[in-house]
Design a protein around this ligand. Sequence first.
Ligand SMILES: [Zn+2]
Length: 280
Amino acid sequence: MSPRRDYVGEAPPRHGLLCALCQASTSLTKAHIPPRSAENRGATVKRARPYIEDQVRRLEPPNEGGLWLRTLCQDCNGLASKYDGAYGDFAEALLPHVGGHPLTLPSRNGVPPVAVAPGRVARSVLHAMVALAPSFNVIDRRFVRDLLEDGDDLRLPGGMSLRVALTSDRHARIASAYHLHRVLGVRQDYEAFAEIYFRPLVWLLTGGPSTFGNSLPDQEGWGDATDWIAYTREAQRADLRDVLTRLPHTVHPSHRPGSADQWIEMSGPTSYVLEGRITS
Ligand SMILES: [Zn+2]
């Protein structure tokens, strides 16, 4: 008999019985996070779920197929995909600006002069985050409804900020509702309501600036894209330097040298983690 596997968060069949966006349909389709247009494709990205066995964190044997969850209905998936092109263009423009070894971190690089459609990219990211964190419906139903209606007057749930950084790491990870706390060395907190870590971009939906100044994104000076969602859908191109003041390179705290000893991960029944490897 094989030992019981304790997954980090819920097992896939229980992760969303209703569409995470419209809360109506039960006919769920594959939502790719990030969009396929950002190279999240079957042939180049292997996926694997982490689990705990004998108190050791392991990974399932990897499968091809990219990173996806079956949490959106076809209509809501179609709505989200309106913004996939803008996300893919932005990721492609940034790829030449990441390179080198992923563990040379962090550097407070200037923001590269690339084009971005901030309102469209933010919509793509937040649609993906709703697919990843169904508890959006519990904490701010207004936000989910506004996203579904696809209007122009969108705001993030109160007290939340959307942070962004670059990474050259080929390790990928999409996750929701967990915290990491650094318990050795400099005190650091990494609180993820939802997270998309997929080269060249890292997106983190997190709380506001922490009272004690221990937030890892604050300490490393990650970019703040919180107001991007307020940009109109029709604005096609802005210069990234006009909408972001910082864009450092980083590496996920769970993938740094010595991280297994230095950081503890706190997750609960609504947490979800899917990992992957970008092979191309
Ligand atoms: Zn739906």
